[in-house]
Design a protein around this ligand. Structure first.
Ligand SMILES: Cc1ncc(COP(=O)(O)O)c(C=O)c1O
Length: 460
């Protein structure tokens, strides 16, 4: 029986990333409140949020200091914009703070409201800067298969997942796709991680040559491919790729929307994987998702080009009504303060070994092929045939069915393409909560195993 809220929902809400036909029968799970790493549905059932919402609620639920920061700013100056020479303290202070903690030289910071908008902005900034530099042919962007960079028309073009293109007439023509560096599936027999990385870099080099290096402005990459299935870069990957890009004078856009602010055990993913970006996109944990805010961190050289071009055009014709929104900026500033005060990066480093040990133990489960992670970010892939690394037929939707069983056991995760579950709990999670998360997760997996056996979907 659907509840009142579920019935009202299915007749009024268009849900993102949902099979809308199926939803009519099942109705949504309606959540009411949260505390720490748990959230509660309208029936009072508790769930551990193993994906921190959408990889974002780093400080978990019920963080009163953020509520207070928002209320204080709302009372003082709930809105003012930063167009046409206006400004306000929260946006200035946040830009300064981000410059200070950035792991590469940053000239200026541009604010938007979502990861998609920030990545759209990245593309526009590179196009603008290419024109400013007198290189108008440098407009193409390289992305990677299974990369996720958002859903606006341009950022969805960078996203390389079928559902984001199919029936939307995407991608647009400015994008070229490099390989997905998934060692587990794509390594050749006997190839080491370092050799695989080298091959990925050589393929990238060939793609650049074929496309024409002089027509390419940048490559965009997530340190860990998140929504594509939590795919970790193989050893030496970013070093090999960075060498190729540098040789061709192509910039590297680091999409840290998931990996920023401690997720991988360092403040930024590029520090964990040892590479230096040209620009960076951040969002999600920037405000622990308490309010929408994202940012683009821009190199000093690019800032100079953009400023000069704005002088020639007469204005820098880009910006959102809510760019640098004072309340969102105040909450983001407070979030960054909490990360430092509570040494969240140190906490991640302390609890990550437990998280990674429990994650890697899952490889012994008859359903699980790969189970791999870094910091508090992990991916678990279930397979129809472990030995042959063969996936379930996508039409059987085994991943979503098992994600539902895991949900019924009290853990929220999502089955992504290729039946991979993402694990990305709030960064405040304790060791005891990590154990509870994996105990529940395993119970769901065991139910899933019984089911695939009954349905004869698994090869043993
Ligand atoms: C790496 C990455 N970039 C960009 C985005 C898009 O962010 P948003 O959903 O805020 O538009 C996401 C969202 O999950 C992401 O994971």
């Amino acid at each position: 029986m659907l509840s009142n809220a579920q019935t009202r929902d299915i007749s009024s809400l268009l849900h993102p990333y949902t099979n809308l036909v199926k939803l009519r029968e099942t109705g949504p799970v309606v959540f009411e409140r949260g505390k720490g790493v748990r959230i509660y549905d309208e029936r009072g059932k508790d769930y551990i949020e193993a994906l921190a919402g959408l990889w974002c609620t780093a400080l978990g639920w019920g963080e009163e200091t953020l509520v207070e920061a928002a209320a204080e700013q709302m009372r003082k100056l709930p809105y003012s914009h930063i167009f046409a020479g206006r400004s306000h303290e929260p946006a200035i202070a946040l830009a300064e703070k981000l410059k200070e903690i950035a792991p590469f030289p940053v000239g200026k910071v541009f604010f938007a409201n979502s990861g998609s908008e920030a990545n759209d902005t990245q593309i526009k900034l590179f196009w603008y800067a290419s024109n400013a530099a007198g290189k108008p042919q440098r407009k193409k962007i390289i992305s990677r298969v299974k990369g996720y960079h958002g859903v606006t028309i341009a950022s969805a073009s960078l996203t390389a997942l079928p559902a984001n293109h199919k029936s939307f007439d995407l991608p647009l023509d400015f994008v070229r796709f490099a390989d997905c560096p998934h060692f587990y599936h794509h390594a050749e027999s006997g190839e080491s991680e370092a050799q695989f990385s080298q091959r990925m870099a050589e393929n990238l080099d060939a793609l650049i040559e074929k496309t024409g290096a002089e027509t390419i402005a940048a490559m965009i990459a997530e340190p860990v491919q998140g929504a594509g299935g939590v795919i970790l870069p193989p050893e030496g990957y970013f070093q090999a790729v960075s060498r190729v890009l540098a040789r061709h004078g192509i910039a590297l856009i680091d999409d840290e929307v998931i990996t920023g602010f401690g997720r991988t055990g360092n403040r930024f993913g590029c520090e964990t994987f040892g590479f230096e970006p040209t620009t960076m996109t951040i969002a999600k944990a920037l405000s622990s998702a308490y309010l929408p805010i994202s940012a683009v961190l821009i190199s000093p050289e690019m800032c100079e080009l953009i400023e000069a071009e704005s002088g020639r055009v007469g204005t820098f014709g880009h910006g959102y009504t809510y760019s640098g929104h004072p309340v969102a900026a105040a909450v983001a500033l407070k979030t960054l303060e909490i990360y430092e005060e509570r040494d969240i990066v140190g906490h991640v480093r302390r609890v990550a070994p437990r998280f990674l040990a429990r994650l890697e133990q899952l490889r012994e489960h008859p359903l699980v092929g790969e189970a791999k992670g870094v910091g508090l970010l992990g991916g678990v892939e279930i397979l129809a045939d472990k030995k042959a690394k063969r996936n379930f037929e996508p039409a059987k939707a085994v991943g979503p069915a098992i994600a539902k069983m895991i949900e019924e056991e009290g853990v929220l995760t999502r089955a992504m393409m290729g039946d991979r579950f993402g694990l990305c709990p709030p960064l405040i999670i304790t060791e005891a909560e990590i154990d509870e998360l994996f105990d529940r997760f395993e119970r769901g997996l065991n139910r899933g195993l019984d089911w695939v056996k009954r349905e004869q979907l698994i090869w043993q």
